[in-house]
Write a protein that binds this ligand. Structure first.
Ligand code: FES
Length: 105
């Protein structure tokens, strides 16, 4: 039977670092929450190249640079922008509600 997806709180809005990336967790999943001019986006925190935690990377505008080999991703889509990153980041649907960042899972 297919599990029904629902919204989960992952981060109080007050803990979101303005214009930067903020770590969060959902169960055993490490998440990266990006605050951009176009709103908030959430991805799995692990880089698709070799698994470094993107929350320790350099974030600028809409791009997160991996701290390990400097692969680059667009946080709006997860699209890789620079080698050695070649696979998309896994993005999660997210929203702001009740003063919380929430993801659909
Ligand atoms: S682990 Fe991220 S670019 Fe290599």
């Amino acid at each position: 039977m297919k599990r029904e997806r629902k919204w989960h709180n992952i981060l109080p809005l007050g803990d979101l670092v303005s214009g930067d990336v903020t770590p969060a967790r959902l169960g055993r999943l490490d998440l990266a929450v990006y605050d951009t001019e176009e709103g908030v986006f959430v991805s799995l925190a692990r880089c698709t190249h070799q698994g470094a935690n993107l929350c320790y990377g350099y974030f600028d505008g809409f791009a997160i640079e991996c701290p390990l080999h400097q692969g680059l991703f667009d946080v709006r889509t997860g699209k890789p922008l620079a080698a050695p990153a070649t696979r998309k980041l896994r993005m999660l649907d997210c929203r702001i509600a009740d003063g919380m960042v929430q993801v659909l899972r």
